[in-house]
Ligand binder design. Sequence first.
Ligand SMILES: O=C[C@H](O)COP(=O)(O)O
Length: 249
Amino acid sequence: MRSKLVAGNWKMHGRRDMAADLLSALAPHLPRGVDVAVCVPFPYLDQAGAALVGSALHLGAQDVSECDDGAFTGEVSAGMLRDMGCRYVIVGHSERRARHGESSQCVADKAATALRNGLTPIVCVGETKDERLAGQTESVVSEQLAPVLALGADRVERLVIAYEPIWAIGTGLSATVDEAIAVHSAIRGALGRVSRAAADRVQILYGGSVKPETAPALFAADDIDGGLVGGAALDPEAFLAICKAAVAV
Ligand SMILES: O=C[C@H](O)COP(=O)(O)O
């Protein structure tokens, strides 16, 4: 039985005060029975890591370099993220694939570097609206996952995967439960072709306009192991309600 995970992605929002306020509004009120993480902008990771010492709220980052430490101006290494107290790191978010031209191979390299440094990568995949309308959702997701699954069973078994249809991100228009289940089941099938343990262990999160109203039905599905939450993660009341929805199932 897989546990549920709810990860909040703050994206490029807030300042020092907002980070402090959000963390203090969340950390003491986390429900038991669900893993919860917040993926904080790089400049506030140190502050967040210090604030969360001894807390059940896990820390994550939103990206990582595929390289180990070296002459890579502007990049942040997995070792640095570990040093900040991170447990998770998002790799391959559609906003980075689109804006920074990250290929699926680059995303797999980032996942491998994160794992080598003791971080759990949250690998994002998902299709555009045009790809969905063209009936290409599963083939797009499968191509995005291919280099990641090629990392081999021992590494794949330690990943988290997030299915995030791009058309649902920040639009208020979540995928329906059936639409999400169809893709999650296909991902679970692909994991099963890597190893039985990968299919059993890897948490597959849904992301894309998850709200307190939509979370209960999504999280009740067997193959939906929690959520990657953007906008609603900036509102502590909404985020805690989403976390509670993951416990109730
Ligand atoms: O990483 C989070 C996703 O991009 C979802 O964002 P959203 O909840 O604002 O749609």
